[in-house]
Design a protein around this ligand. Structure first.
Ligand code: ADP
Length: 447
């Protein structure tokens, strides 16, 4: 086992990883920008290193500074969390070249899955069902038109390098295709420096259902069931649950086994998520994330498996501590992403938190790195905490969530808590009958 791990991240996820390290008896090193000198992840770490100015490009994304921090402190491994360098294959390779372990999959697997065109091709080879679309990238407008006629409209132009919902444009008919192609290309070029795009059938009313997997790179892989992340705004997840209210046990076992078998075949190592759209009883692969996800706690709540422990153990060369028959699903869990944003306009709301009180009690978990008096810097994402609630069933989970949202106090800034108070009382949410467009419709109606 490692004796010292550097966490190359900030905020709640840095704390989450430090907690796992402490439980495993591992010393922790925090890295931080000058804007984060007083941050909780710095205070709770055994050691900390300042790696640069506030801008992420010059600190949390600065590979030489992070490698230097490892060398100064003697850290043997790096956990990248999510975002920042977590899906950067070069980073994994550079660490390896310096004799430092990357807590995540191989650089090769990161690279394949980071290119959505290559990822889709690999999914097909591994027997995972995909969304109908172009077989690879589309180069010219003429080629796109020809393929679009075959797929049919509406369709989606998607960036190979896409992420965070960027580089994705709908074409409802042939007259919109040229515009969608140009827009998707331009957005992808400016956001990712890569303008490769492909075409995909636009599914009208799907749910977003994703399967959590763990592999050890030694031929073992298990699935930990699915999460339903259909409640989205601008293709970004807002509320996630496990298990999905839309699947029965047989469907769960079938898609879970398909995915686990694919990961065994790939020799995948670490935690990963295979994302699907689900419509009319069919699954369609959209992408794989080769890292820990924001919403991983809902899976932990229903399985009792600490996903970060497994990531660390596997990176240190151990085999998975769980086999598929050890994985049991107990009750229901829901996560609300609490953002420092206006609950109606979603404008960022940085500033000083004057009062902070988190809910507690049975089945309640709050993952957050903020505290009373903390000043939210304007440089990073707006997630200030995650409220995760467990119940013996979905009804009990919703009852508990309603109580927790009433108990949660964050003063001094705007947060998305009032939105969740509305959602938890909505009959469609109570029924679990929502698709990926439901939330935007709800927000438009309540404006
Ligand atoms: P990103 O990596 O940018 O998050 P994804 O491919 O994971 O992109 O898609 C994000 C979201 O966009 C999905 O959860 C879904 O809401 C929507 N989406 C993606 N592909 C399709 C599609 N073919 N049809 C309809 N919606 C889609």
């Amino acid at each position: 086992m490692f004796s010292k791990v550097l966490v190359a991240n900030r905020g709640e996820i840095a704390l989450r990883i430090q907690r796992a390290c402490k439980e495993l008896g591992i010393q922790t090193v925090a890295v931080h920008s000058t804007a984060d000198a007083n941050a909780m992840h710095v205070r709770l770490a055994d050691e900390s290193v300042c790696i640069g100015p506030p801008t992420a490009r010059d600190s949390y994304l600065d590979i030489p500074s992070i490698v230097a921090a490892c060398e100064i402190t003697g850290a043997e491994a790096v956990h990248p969390g999510y975002g920042f360098l977590s899906e950067n294959a070069r980073f994994a390779e550079i660490l390896e070249a310096h004799g430092i372990a990357f807590i995540g999959p191989s650089a090769e697997h990161i690279r394949i899955m980071g290119d959505k065109i290559a990822a889709k091709k690999t999914a097909v080879e591994l027997g995972i069902p995909v969304v109908p679309g172009s077989e690879g990238g589309v180069e010219t407008d003429a080629e796109a038109r020809r393929i679009a006629d075959e797929i049919g409209y509406p369709l989606l132009v998607k960036a190979a390098a896409g992420g965070g919902g960027r580089g994705m444009k709908v074409a409802r008919g042939p007259n919109e295709l040229e515009h969608a192609l140009a827009n998707a290309r331009a957005e992808a070029k400016s956001a990712f420096g890569d303008d490769a795009v492909y075409l995909e059938k636009y599914l009208a009313t799907p749910r977003h259902i994703e399967v959590q997997v763990l592999g050890d790179g030694k031929g073992n892989a298990v699935h930990l069931g699915e999460r339903d992340c259909s409640l989205q705004r601008r293709h970004q997840k807002v509320w996630e649950e496990a298990l999905s209210p839309a699947l029965n046990e047989d469907q769960r076992a079938e898609i879970g086994e398909t995915v686990a078998a694919a990961m065994r075949k790939l020799g995948y190592s670490g935690a990963g998520t295979i994302e699907f759209l689900y419509e009319d009883g069919n699954f369609y692969f959209i992408e794989m994330n080769t890292r820990l996800q924001v919403e991983h706690p809902v899976t932990e709540m229903i399985t009792g498996i600490d996903i970060v422990h497994e990531q660390i153990r596997v990176a240190a060369g151990a085999t998975l501590s769980v086999s598929q028959s050890d994985v049991r699903f107990d009750g229901h869990a829901i996560e609300c992403r609490i953002n420092a944003e206006d609950p109606r306009t979603f404008m960022p709301s940085p500033g000083r938190i004057s009062h902070f009180h988190t809910p507690g009690g049975l089945g309640v978990r709050v993952d957050s790195a903020v505290y009373q008096g903390y000043v939210i810097p304007p440089y990073y994402d707006s997630l200030i905490g995650k409220l995760i609630v467990h119940g013996r069933n979905r009804v009990e989970c919703l009852m508990r969530l309603r109580r927790c949202l009433d108990e949660f106090v964050v003063d001094g800034i705007n947060t998305t808590i009032p939105l969740f108070r509305q959602l938890v009382d909505h009959p469609d949410i109570a029924d679990g009958s929502y698709d990926i467009h439901w939330l935007e419709g709800f927000l438009a109606d309540s404006m």
